[in-house]
Ligand binder design. Structure first.
Ligand code: ZN
Ligand code: ZN
Length: 191
């Protein structure tokens, strides 16, 4: 285990405050990431304030994570130390159901494991998010961040941005097409 630092809400009416906690050692398919940036998604605020009644305190929000790889497990093939990478709203799934095999892990029939306030599938621990200095994630749930992208600006793509990018891609929107994005803030990042 490695001691990490983060910002956690201890209760629905407390402000985020510094906390020390433990991150696991990398499993064979894991990537260890030193976090440089993390976007603020409104979901983070909902969880911190327990608006949906499912928050497990203390909660460390953050699922728009950008950082650099500091270590990799023995089976990791896609990443190496020093790579700039991102982590979005999920860190695991069953990996074998029809949804997972189609690359749609967000629809995992057993339920995906959320980046925070989720339950680790192996040890049952509660996951902690990106308002912290490091995170350990299976390489399957890590994305490469192109060098030409400003890493700070890339963070909101990982949740808000993908929310709009996904339907644009699904419906085959092409340059010159007119689309309407209903909503404000980072969801319109592609506009
Ligand atoms: Zn989000
Ligand atoms: Zn699955």
């Amino acid at each position: 285990m490695a001691t990490a630092k983060g910002y956690a809400a201890e209760s629905a009416d407390s402000k985020l405050a510094p906390i020390s906690f433990e991150r696991r050692e990398p499993r064979p398919d894991d990537v260890s990431i030193e976090i440089d940036y993390c976007g603020v998604c409104h979901t983070d605020i909902h969880f911190a304030q327990n608006d949906w009644g499912v928050t497990q305190f203390p909660v460390i929000p953050g699922h728009e994570i950008i950082g650099r790889v500091t270590a990799v497990g023995s089976d990791v093939t896609d990443y190496k130390v020093g790579d700039t990478v991102g982590v979005g709203c999920m860190v695991d799934s069953c990996r074998s159901c029809s949804a997972c095999e189609s690359g749609l892990e967000q629809y995992c029939l057993e339920g995906m494991t959320a980046t925070y306030n989720g339950e680790d599938r192996y040890d049952g621990s509660i996951t902690y998010g990106g308002y912290s200095d490091r995170v350990v994630v299976s390489e399957r749930f890590v994305v490469k961040v192109p060098e030409k992208l400003d890493p700070a600006s890339a963070a909101p793509i990982l949740c808000a941005g993908i929310t709009t990018y996904s339907p644009l891609r699904h419906y085959g929107v092409r340059p010159g097409d007119k689309v309407g994005v209903i909503g404000m803030g980072a969801s319109a990042i592609w506009a």
